[in-house]
Ligand binder design. Sequence first.
Ligand SMILES: [Zn+2]
Ligand SMILES: [Zn+2]
Length: 273
Amino acid sequence: MPEMKISFLGTGSGSSTRRAHTAMVYDCDDGTRLLVDTSSGNSVARNASDLGMSVADFNIVLISHHHPDHMSGLLFVQFSRFLERPEAPPLDVYLTYEALEWAQKMCAANYLNIFEVNSEWAKNSDGREVIRWHPVATDQEINLGPTTSASCFPADHISGAVGWKVESSGISVVFSGDTRYNPTLVEASKGARLLIHEALRTDEEQDYAKNRGHSTSGEAARTAAEAGVAELILTHLDSNYHDNPTPLLDDAKKHYSGPTSAATDLYQVIVSS
Ligand SMILES: [Zn+2]
Ligand SMILES: [Zn+2]
């Protein structure tokens, strides 16, 4: 039976002081490995290493949006990858056109090892192409491996923000990205094997979450229930719930009866079709 292994490298919200920022690895049944968001700093390299993975083996990156807790780690990912594997083909980065504009600015501001950047690639000081950009439109189907494809859909967070749906060997996994509750996400998640959803706060703190462009755990669960997904994992948690996510899970249970858990850094889960 086909399987997909998901490794959570970072599960903290932007303001979390207890966890690495958002990043996940999907190891698909056809051998395709996807890095979904890149955390900040060197968290991807550090936490991947703790799980026995090398950043040198990351070739494909999906970005949800250009906030620094999701995208700024890209600089370190490509930097570490180049050090470990200088002859590697460029890192393929998929992101929206708007996120790409910000990614170019980020690279241009960082003349450490990225020397030249445009809307197609980023080159280092040796003139070697280290990143190849793949700007995507929402709902555009992208083939990433023999049986793996992905598409993004608009999130209700900041302009250009998206969630990602990955389908591989009959297994469908949806990542909400950062978002308020929205019907587009419900539609995109219909029939998914797994929904990985951000959950900043409890339902009692709905205004706090909404004002910051985020969801409560109850809203994440409502999306899971309305979409009929088989499993829900909460991520992007605030420091308040680092030690004890029970209040988030209790709210989720009020809306969704399927298996629900709260991810932690280095948490790994295997899903099958
Ligand atoms: Zn975030
Ligand atoms: Zn954000």
